[in-house]
Design a binder for this molecule. Structure first.
Ligand code: BDR
Ligand code: CA
Length: 324
């Protein structure tokens, strides 16, 4: 039987791996990308929006609604991740993309999210691959949307794994902890795809070669931007490999069987000197289920089938199949 595709809305801060996540959603038959919104994060909002429009153009996805959202967090300074994603947000590869031939919709992201979720109750999966500002603003406009989303998949946080922008904190959550607190407290089914699993799904030179051999423009762009991403991680002292943070969130939205997860209460620390933006999971409930009583939980991914996830991504991006 053909698999039914999942209607996805991606909220992103494009970003190298956000671009790869969008191209996964556009190339995977299990995904049906119905809309995209942008938020400041890896780069300033205008750049994230421009990058997103150009990625959609590359994939020929000109009719997918694109709305710009928040230019900064609910509180505190606006983050950026130029160190990893470069000044253009795409590791210097933006120029490989076709120019955007349209502008974002006039309606701001939070409003369009509310309208879209209300129009299709129980239907849409939201995948957030940037700071959670737009989702928090949408909840502030209309808290009922938490009952209308089918599922929310958040790339962010670090539960048992170390953080990436501080000892315990991950970029997307640390960039807007107040927004994350709101989003994690809302009563929607939420899956957390944190560094605990994304750091296990890495691509390197073998995958770049398979993409180059794939030949099409999407594969060529993925190979080039992935190379820039690997080099950035290498400069920071990691192995020359790039973790597939945002693509993994899309892959999990399409196929939850890629991960093993547990239901845990998760709070967002907003006050600590070292821990502002930390995802604090109460793992005591695993051995003492009575501690769960009346508490809101989220699905926390703990193990991932990395090979299956990588295969899925490469296929969607048009890489040459292994042995092909
Ligand atoms: C997250 O931070 C961003 O730099 C990436 O795009 C990803 O969403 C990983 O911590
Ligand atoms: Ca991102």
């Amino acid at each position: 039987m053909p698999q039914r595709s999942t209607p996805l809305w991606i909220d992103c801060d494009t970003g190298i791996d956000d671009a790869l996540a969008l191209l996964l959603a556009l190339g995977d038959p299990a995904a049906n990308l119905i809309g995209v919104s942008t938020v400041a994060g890896n780069c300033p909002l205008p750049q994230a929006t421009e990058n997103t429009l150009r990625v959609l153009e590359l994939a020929g996805a000109r009719r997918i609604p694109l709305s710009a959202g928040a230019a900064g967090p609910l509180a505190g300074p606006t983050a950026d991740a130029r160190q990893i994603h470069g000044v253009d947000g795409l590791g210097g590869c933006a120029e490989m993309l076709p120019p955007a031939r349209r502008r974002p919709q006039a309606e701001p992201a939070a409003q369009i999210l509310v309208r879209t979720l209300r129009a299709c109750p129980g239907h849409i999966t939201l995948v957030a691959t940037g700071p959670l500002t737009n989702l928090a603003l949408a909840l502030a406009l209309d808290g009922d949307i938490a009952r209308h989303a089918r599922h929310v998949v958040v790339m962010g946080g670090a539960v048992a794994a170390p953080g990436n922008v501080g000892p315990t904190v991950e970029f997307n959550i640390a960039a807007d902890p107040e927004a994350a607190r709101t989003v994690f407290a809302a009563p929607w089914p939420l899956t957390l795809v944190s560094l605990d699993v994304t750091m296990d799904v890495c691509m390197g030179t073998a995958q770049v070669a398979a993409l180059r051999a794939g030949g099409g423009p999407v594969a060529a762009f993925c190979a080039q931007t992935l190379t820039a991403y690997m080099r950035a991680y290498e400069r920071l002292g990691f192995r020359p490999e790039a973790p597939m943070h945002d693509p993994l969130a899309v892959a999990v939205a399409c196929d939850p069987a890629l991960v093993q997860a547990v239901q845990l209460p998760v709070g967002i620390e907003t006050r600590g000197e070292w821990t502002r933006g930390m995802t604090v999971a109460d793992q005591r409930v695993l051995s003492r289920p009575t501690l769960l009583a009346g508490r809101r939980t989220v699905q926390v991914c703990r193990e991932v089938n990395a090979q299956a996830a990588i295969r899925r991504m490469l296929r969607a991006w048009g890489a040459q199949p292994a042995g092909g």
